[in-house]
Design a protein around this ligand. Structure first.
Ligand code: SAH
Ligand code: SF4
Length: 381
């Protein structure tokens, strides 16, 4: 991906690859079918796969000794080959509003963020799909981070298990679960890491595991048009689009991938998103930038653009970061914009800022921690 980006893309590594034969395979990256194939390859009974998988994904176990329906020899043998290790947490912050943010460190030292946002009726986990992002949206802090790589399936699923552990949400089928929804709105562009994101979401959706339905999973994209259809057909999750502008000239600036996939193509792909209906709408994310995209005229253009597409609107107050070239629209402006949207028949559109006291906006915690480390060590990135 070029698009004027100065980021470096490293190829994805699976957690066990590249590190030698002794590295255990992390079960968090395997579907039941993958695990069955592995058991067969290792000369072990195929039925062990389902037993182990259920302990890991229903009960959240990480210790083979607790898997009571496996004989002692099987426990010993399997624990030499597999692990269900969680990613390490290098920082954990909790907001006064209950939002929890983890800065996660992976085996290679790279970091990404994951945020849990509790609400009255739901608990949403915001999951990262990449370390950093190759796209350089001008208002987004993640896009300023240089190093980029795709997260593996185990690293994506590991964010969910980490949250489930901390929320005491095991066994996964219990009533009143605290983690009810997943949004792929953390760091990275999920449609640039589609295969790993899809495999991870299939594991999370599985009825024999965490069983979060596709209706409760939302994937947010900046507009990787060629992958949108596949995402709807193959995965069937809800789609959110980081729209932010209704004219190509402005969107080219704010969301540079627009130069490759301009608005007409993006809107067309959304209009044809498989499974779209009034019960399953596209969410349009629109960051409110003072004097840039927040006029009445912009609002009219927005409503015209999405006309006829089953839609929800999500107006996001811009979350500034040190050196960011924009300021957030005033509350009055956001309210006036929201009123127009409401009058056009779209419900409750302004996103409440959550966890502001813990830098819960996309990419902020990681940048903050890198800055602190730089100050300590004098190293520049
Ligand atoms: N890369 C994907 C998903 C991650 S970003 C995408 O762009 O859709 C999740 C959402 O946060 C996007 O809508 C993004 O535009 C928005 N966002 C990023 N930085 C922001 C900021 N500083 N203030 C408000 N919203 C921001
Ligand atoms: Fe990447 Fe999304 Fe940030 Fe754009 S808004 S730089 S696509 S994470």
């Amino acid at each position: 991906m070029t698009l004027g980006s100065t980021n470096t893309v490293l190829s994805a590594t699976t957690s066990s690859a590249n590190l030698g034969l002794m590295q255990k395979t992390n079960l968090l990256g395997l579907s039941i079918n993958d695990l069955e194939a592995k058991m067969v390859m290792l000369g072990l009974p195929k039925f062990r796969a389902r037993q182990v998988w259920r302990w890991v994904w229903r009960h959240g176990l990480t210790n083979f000794d607790e898997m009571s329906d496996l004989g002692k020899p099987a426990r010993g043998q399997l624990s030499k080959i597999f692990s269900a290790d969680r990613p390490m947490v290098s920082q954990r912050l909790q907001s006064i509003d209950g939002t929890i943010k983890w800065l996660i460190r992976f085996d290679d030292g790279n970091e990404a963020e994951c945020v849990y946002i509790p609400d009255k009726t739901r608990g949403t986990l915001c999951v990262s799909s990449q370390v950093g992002c190759t796209l350089t949206c001008s208002f987004c802090h993640t896009g300023t981070q240089k190093l980029v790589r795709n997260l593996t399936v185990a690293e994506i699923c590991g964010q969910v298990t980490l949250a489930m552990d901390e929320l005491s949400d095991w066994p996964s089928g219990k009533p009143k679960r605290r983690l009810t929804n997943i949004v792929l709105m953390g760091m990275g562009e999920p449609l640039f890491n589609y295969d790993n994101v899809a495999a991870a979401m299939r594991i999370i959706m599985s009825g024999e595991g965490v069983a979060i339905s596709k209706r409760r999973i939302t994937l947010s994209t900046s507009g990787v048009v060629p992958e949108i259809k596949r995402c709807g057909e193959d995965l069937g999750v809800n789609l959110a689009i980081s729209l932010h502008a209704t004219r190509d000239d402005l969107r080219n600036e704010l969301v540079p991938i627009n130069r490759k996939y301009p608005l007409a193509e993006l809107i067309d792909a959304c209009r044809n998103y498989p499974g779209l209906s009034n019960a399953r709408r596209i969410t349009w994310e629109y960051v409110m930038l003072d004097g840039i995209n927040d006029s009445d005229e912009d609002c009219r253009a927005l409503l015209t653009l999405i006309k006829g597409i089953p839609s929800k609107l999500n107006l996001i107050p811009f979350n500034p970061w040190p050196g960011s070239p924009y300021i957030c629209s005033s509350n009055d402006r956001i309210e006036a914009f929201a009123r127009r949207v409401l009058n056009a028949g779209y419900a409750s559109p302004v996103r409440k800022p959550r966890g502001r006291d813990i830098l819960a906006a996309c990419g902020q915690l990681k940048s903050e921690s890198q800055r602190a480390r730089r100050q300590k060590t004098g190293v520049s990135f």
